[in-house]
Design a protein around this ligand. Structure first.
Ligand code: ADP
Length: 267
């Protein structure tokens, strides 16, 4: 009987091992599939702007004398815009890699939220030119311990999205107020908003809500990076839809330092 039990035990262990092997193989296949999809997506995002640059540069070289000045200006603008898009994509990929390697160490320093919002709005002025911008900053915001470079990049990403995904002429609102031991910074738009019940997915790498979003100058990395940056500074970022009207609402919360220096001293 003991022998029979031992045999059964050995069989059971063998079966568990087989299931584990199968699991591992399936996981490896899934990882391979994901890696392949990732490479295809990255190649597409690199090659599309590169093809435009090559096309415009070749036209300039081959038809130089025959081209009217306006056509040349337009081709040069294409080269610059598409190179910027390539550059943005590569910077995003590097940021993502740094985040995943745990290599983003924020340089925290006393920071005035309203000032950083101003800088981010200046940086997005061109892309927001067709929108109305409403800024609603509480007057008594505390000074926070932030990495200005990371925080500014998060705001630029959110404003950039609001400009991209909400129609021209609509209003983009940035507001900030203190809420207990946190400062809440919100970026609200009047676009189509996010798919209800699945809003968290916008923070996934390379995820885009609509197929048509792929053709816009985006990488699908902005929000994943923003979340990584905010969390590195001890905060959170969440996505949602506006309760009162159509449009997306992104909320960043950042901790208020236990003992906050008065604004005028820190400045
Ligand atoms: P992308 O470079 O594509 O903008 P993000 O990571 O910033 O990448 O955003 C991921 C996706 O989330 C976008 O492609 C878009 O589908 C959706 N999204 C982001 N912001 C908004 C917004 N304000 N309104 C509607 N959809 C948005």
């Amino acid at each position: 009987l003991l022998d029979a039990l031992a045999d059964q035990g050995a069989l059971a262990i063998e079966r568990v091992r087989l299931v584990e092997d199968l699991d591992r193989a399936e996981r490896a296949a899934e990882t391979d599939r994901l890696r392949q999809a990732l490479l295809t997506s990255i190649s597409h995002d690199l090659r599309t702007p590169l093809a435009s640059v090559l096309g415009a540069a070749s036209t300039l070289r081959d038809l130089d004398a025959a081209l009217p000045p306006e056509a040349k200006t337009e081709l040069l603008a294409t080269i610059i815009e598409e190179s910027e898009r390539l550059n943005r994509f590569i910077v995003n990929l590097l940021d993502m890699t740094r985040l995943e390697a745990g290599a983003v160490a924020p340089n925290l320093a006393p920071q005035d939220v309203a000032e950083t919002v101003d800088t981010a709005l200046r940086r997005t002025q061109k892309i927001l030119a067709g929108h109305r911008v409403a800024v609603e900053m509480a007057p008594d915001l505390p000074i926070l311990q932030l990495d200005p470079v990371l925080f500014e990049q998060v705001l630029v990403n959110l404003l950039d999205n609001a400009a991209k995904y909400a129609p021209e002429g609509s209003t983009v609102t940035v507001r900030a107020r203190q809420d207990g031991s946190q400062v809440r910074i919100e970026v609200l738009d009047e676009g189509d908003g996010l798919p209800a019940g699945d809003v968290e997915r916008v923070f996934d790498k390379f995820y885009r809500v609509r197929k048509s979003d792929r053709v816009r100058a985006g990488t699908g990395l902005g929000l994943a990076i923003s979340r990584g940056f905010v969390e590195a500074m001890g905060g959170t970022v969440t996505a949602g839809n506006r309760p009162d009207r159509l449009g997306a609402a992104f909320t960043v919360t950042l901790p208020v330092p236990a003992r906050t220096a008065p604004k005028d001293i820190a400045a």
